[in-house]
Design a protein around this ligand. Structure first.
Ligand code: HGY
Ligand code: MN
Ligand code: MN
Length: 416
């Protein structure tokens, strides 16, 4: 397939302006974003994205998980399209670029094709996947997971947030429940541009990450049951302390992750104790263990170690324990041809680059199950993400979007 000339570039300024415009919606408290999935802020961000897609002459489709598909026609309407996108939902203390760079970078590919008057044989579909983060409704990558046939629609609709609100009800409430059957669309190839969310590219002075693999993940929800009692008058020997059990299991997760080095991580980011009163010993503790590794054996071994030892900790403290997997995907190997399209684009454009394994999960990890997929990464400052201080440079954004542009256009085949 004819590759686009190295002089073909996106409009980096327009991309940056769009990212800053989107960042005004669902602002955080420290310069980042809190635009959690299916909130009013998410609805506002979707509306802005739709306005931009309309202006770029794209035809919008929405499926029953609310995922947005904005299509640019190709010369061959029957050719399977090239899909390109990411997610607009953010963490509660999220950055301005996680997901957003990938959706707006994809839109910039189309805007640049329009400016340059380039037609491709294959249609191109810019995509915003619903609920990539999984922070309000677990698991992460929920809509792309339904699309790939991992989860079924009813199960996804029944997922509840901390206030007991159902995913399906909230999707309807914000007016983004589409008609399209989820997963009915056939994809020729999918590309996702994303910030690295780790320190490697910046530390090595590389502009582009050519993502060859993705880490596997387990999310295990642990529910401990003890006995509420007075923190002052209850002797230590009489306590059935769910908070203490949680602390010891968090230590266990840390130890297990360290025993599986290199290339394994483990921690607990979400934790609740009940009744969460200063002078009541917690009768209940509910928290999510997040363990990951690019090595399937290590991932499995970490899960077994935690599921074997956490109940022992609970028994020592007289606690009841339930452990429920609430999120999982095996390590991912991306498609060779798509990875080469990304690597060749970085070469052609003269960007420094290196192969990299994605530490974070992405919609691409699920779409890789149903279509040839790969990712482009750009560095982020200090490798920081899932933090309002997340930062990238306009040059990094432009380089990533240029590589995305070339990989997508080459795969979609220029016709004129
Ligand atoms: O959890 C993840 O890796 C992604 O950011 N949702
Ligand atoms: Mn993301
Ligand atoms: Mn994220």
């Amino acid at each position: 397939m004819a590759a686009p000339g190295e002089n073909l570039k996106i409009n980096g300024e327009r991309l940056w302006d769009s990212i800053m415009e989107m960042a005004k919606i669902g602002p955080g408290v420290a310069g980042g974003n809190n635009r959690q999935t299916l909130t009013d802020a998410d609805a506002e961000g979707r509306a802005l994205f739709r306005t931009w897609c309309d202006a770029a002459g794209l035809t919008m489709g929405v499926d029953r998980m609310g995922t947005m598909f904005a299509r640019r026609e190709g010369s061959d309407p029957d050719a399977l399209p090239v899909y390109v996108g990411s997610h607009l939902d953010t963490q509660p203390t999220g950055g301005k670029y996680d997901g957003v760079l990938g959706v707006l970078g994809a839109l910039e590919v189309v805007r640049s094709l329009n400016d340059l008057g380039i037609r491709t044989r294959r249609p191109i579909v810019v995509t915003n996947w619903t609920n990539e983060e999984g922070t309000r409704f677990a698991p992460a990558m929920l809509a792309s997971g339904v699309f790939a046939g991992i989860h079924d629609l009813d199960w996804a609709y029944a997922r509840e947030d901390a206030e007991g609100k159902r995913f399906g009800d909230e999707l309807k409430r914000i007016g983004w429940q589409g008609e399209e059957e989820v997963g009915a669309r056939r994809i020729h190839a999918f590309f996702e541009l994303h910030i690295e969310q780790g320190p490697i590219l910046e530390a090595e002075g590389k502009e582009i990450g050519v993502v060859t693999h993705g880490q596997g993940l387990w999310w295990l929800e642990v529910r401990l049951t003890g006995k509420e009692a007075h923190t002052g008058s209850t002797p230590m020997a009489m306590r059935v302390n769910a908070g203490l059990g949680m602390a010891r299991i968090i230590e266990l997760v840390q130890r297990v992750a360290m025993e599986h080095q290199p290339d394994a991580v483990g921690g607990v980011g979400q934790a609740n104790v009940y009744p969460n009163s200063r002078n009541v010993i917690p009768g209940r503790a509910v928290f999510t263990v997040d363990i990951r590794s690019p090595d399937l054996e290590k991932l499995t071994s970490m899960r077994s170690a935690i599921e074997a030892d956490a109940p022992k900790i609970a028994a020592e403290l007289g606690l009841g324990i339930e452990i429920e997997p609430v999120g999982h995907f095996d390590p991912v190997t991306f498609d060779e041809a798509c990875v080469s399209a990304v690597r060749n684009a970085a070469e052609r454009l003269g960007y420094s680059h290196r192969d990299i394994v994605s530490g974070a999960g992405h919609d691409a990890c699920w779409i890789n199950r149903v279509a040839p997929t790969s990712m482009v990464m750009c560095p982020c400052v200090d490798g920081l993400s899932h933090n309002e201080a997340e930062e990238i440079s306009p040059d990094w954004a432009t380089a990533g979007a240029n590589v995305l542009f070339h990989a997508v256009v080459e795969t979609a085949e220029i016709v004129e």
